[in-house]
Design a protein around this ligand. Structure first.
Ligand code: SAM
Length: 292
């Protein structure tokens, strides 16, 4: 039996350290080690990889990650109570577990871990989307992201064009990564149970991504989905000549945001960027700064 397997059950760790769950920190714990092992397995082969975990809590998923071939686990936790409660696990991990007390929104996961690196986490749902967006912006720095989300967010991440779940998050995530929902977990799997069903999703960096700039993708998806019921010739007006923009991207100006595929948004982002690089002179003239 490994030193980690010999540790007391998670319920005992929670009772001993009086670790009542704090709702504001999205604390819904997984205390069944079979489930945490299943999540670690969903991450694939972690041999030699440094895993960044957000929110180890009482350490169930952390134990499972240490049981893989991962080189090290760097666990970022905001709640100081768990840093103390994880002392025994740090010791049992014999130098393979580092705890970082910080708000994960404020730390750079890339700087925390050498290559190859991956993120595996049962995320605090209140900050799950901004954390994901931050990692997606640098997805090529990660081998994979294997993350537990509330199912509704997972559905949006994986949604295909044409349905109500397809939106900005779907486009940005699928543009940057291959998005693979792995399995669902019912609310009762967690202590305390959240109000919603959960889904583990794996995101792998796309080898060949449609060329476009991140900020342009954000701008065109914000405009299009900001008025998702309207046709592009209306919804893209905030970006300039909407008809011309749609045409330059090879899109039907009467189409609505929810039917445009990811490649269509990348084409829009390129067309808008090309146009907006020409614009400043024109605008300057209109404002009178370049009057001749
Ligand atoms: N990994 C544990 C498990 O599976 O049982 C706990 C998961 S719980 C859903 C989320 C964890 O993230 C909690 O331990 C919570 O304290 C921590 N957390 C919440 N917000 C955080 C933040 N901004 N930065 C780092 N950790 C955070």
């Amino acid at each position: 039996m490994s030193r980690i397997d010999a540790l007391p059950p998670l319920r005992e760790v929670i009772a001993r350290h009086d670790l009542g769950a704090r709702k504001a920190l999205g604390q819904n714990f997984l205390l069944d080690l079979n489930l945490t092992r299943r999540i670690a397995r969903a991450a694939g082969d972690l041999s030699g990889v440094t895993v960044v975990e957000v929110g180890p809590g009482p350490g169930g998923l952390t134990r499972a990650l240490l049981d893989t071939g991962a080189a090290r686990v760097v666990a970022v936790e905001r709640d100081l109570r768990f840093i103390a409660a994880l002392d025994d696990l740090v010791e049992a991990a014999e130098g393979r577990l580092e705890l970082v007390r910080a708000d994960a929104l404020e730390v750079d996961a890339v700087a925390l871990a050498p290559e190859p690196r991956a993120v595996v986490a049962n995320l605090p749902y209140n900050v799950a989307t901004p954390l994901l967006i931050g990692w997606l912006k640098r997805i090529e720095a990660f081998r994979s992201l294997t993350l537990m989300f509330q199912k509704e967010v997972a559905d949006r991440l994986a949604a295909a064009p044409g349905g109500k779940d397809y939106g900005r998050l779907s486009v940005i995530a699928q543009w940057a990564a291959e998005v693979q929902p792995m399995f669902n977990l019912p609310a009762q799997a967690f202590t305390p149970p959240p109000k919603v069903m959960s889904t583990v999703v794996q995101l792998l960096p796309r080898r060949e991504r449609e060329p476009a700039e991140w900020s342009a993708m954000e701008a065109v998806t914000a405009a299009a989905f900001g008025q998702r019921r309207k046709m592009l010739r209306q919804s893209l007006k905030s970006l300039g000549d909407a008809e011309a923009l749609a045409a330059a991207a090879g899109l039907d100006p009467t189409a609505r945001a929810e039917v445009v595929p990811v490649a269509g948004y990348a084409a829009l982002a390129r067309a808008w960027r090309a146009g907006s690089r020409e614009d400043p002179g024109e605008h300057a003239t209109q404002r009178g700064t370049k009057r001749r």
